[in-house]
Write a protein that binds this ligand. Sequence first.
Ligand code: ADP
Ligand code: G3P
Length: 497
Amino acid sequence: MSVSGPFILAIDQGTTSTRSILFDSRLTRISASQREIGQCYPRPGWVEHDADEIWTSTLATARRAVAQAGVLAADIAAIGITNQRETVVVWDRATGAPIHKAIVWQDRRTASVCEALRSGGHEQAVRDATGLLLDPYFSATKIAWLLDEVPGARARAERGELAFGTIDCFLLWRLTGGRVHATDATNASRTLLFDLQSGDWNETLCDLFRVPPSLLPRVGGNAEIYGTTDRDLLGAAIPVAGMAGDQQAALFGQACFYPGMVKSTYGTGCFAVMNTSDTPLRSNNRLLTTVAYRLGNETTFALEGSIFIAGAAIKWLRDNLGIVDSAAQSADLAASIPDNDGVYMVPAFTGLGAPHWDPHARAALSGMTLGTTRAHIARAALEAVAYQTMDLVAAMTADGAPAPDVMRVDGGMAANDWFCGFLADMLATRVDRPVELETTARGAAALAGLGVGIFPDLAAIEAISNFDRSFEPGMENAEREANAKGWQCALAGVLNN
Ligand SMILES: Nc1ncnc2c1ncn2[C@@H]1O[C@H](COP(=O)(O)OP(=O)(O)O)[C@@H](O)[C@H]1O
Ligand SMILES: O=P(O)(O)OC[C@H](O)CO
């Protein structure tokens, strides 16, 4: 079948890999290329990436996706960038060279700085301004660490010689040959330096976190032309017309355009994000208030719950325990037993994220007997991801958000039918799965298409959303309640607070 343009190239730079996916103007995938990136763990709790490798993997996958499709670069109307969020790169404005490895969102090296700020009574003011918590997950304390620890960096920053960016911003800089230093509002809203009300950087926060404003990029919207790529890179000067953090891009790719619509993405971790309209909904239950998307001068906000381990628990079953040959096999094992027989896993392998935020919690398997088999363990791992999603949705509704009538799922683990069915049962809510599980890339392509006018409005994007399957809840209330009770007991066993 021959395909015709215009095309949109989505670059999805994630924690473990870089993907480039070419879409047509109906957001159907034409070609894709993926490359793993190296993970560097220099000390316990530290996680780094090589920013130059991130760049070369981006260029290589973009070129391969275009070549595979056999299309002309000139027929690519726009590029959309989406990325692992919070990860920090600081580079020299003159040479474009990073001054250090990128410090990844998972990195906990600044935990003591966050604790000191909390003890100093700063948490409420930070929360009010940014919608976030004082946690090393976010960018600001990582930037300060680089300025303090890389010799000469703070003085160079004060002289205006250095630039900071999250991965979107760094890739934009490289794609435009160092001509554009900008980020978008969703990525900015994850730094602890961005003020949700003013929609721009906040100088008081820059002072508190000791980040000189001269480092910071311009903050733009999610669908606008930021610049064009250097002609030599991909064979044409292509506008970069969409940028968004990966979870916000997935929300957009799932067409969650109305208040109360919610998606959860199941990759390495799980991120549930609910559209909460044009007013930020402040959480009393340790969820994050964040920018969903900014289109022109209009900002839509979201409530987000982040779970650090989802598909990673299944990967652990495969790689560390060897009890499944493939992630997909977990579904057959789970279905092979009638119930969990009281076996629960709390996958707190890297502490617990929302709504607990307990960095010291450790993973546990509980309730085992001599009758426990690998099927129970596999089932416990899948169930745990559904229970955690249930806790996030409960926190959202406790914050005043409407109880969702549908949960839209995506990411690698959403391919698991047994998991999707169990999730519907535990949420007592229909679960919809789209045809394109890479909704992050789809969202970036949709934003870029909006940025160059391929899509006149959100309705045009909504009209081409395709769902593969719906999962209806079927579990009796008593069974749901017994499962939830068993989970709460298992959870209580690992929490420290
Ligand atoms: N059929 C499946 N059942 C359960 N988990 C799965 C399945 N397929 C993939 N996964 C899990 O999903 C994750 C990969 O999803 P992906 O969206 O590519 O993640 P990421 O973008 O975070 O790297 C892996 O952790 C893998 O264990
Ligand atoms: O790269 P992912 O898909 O694991 O997503 C990472 C998140 O953006 C971190 O906040």
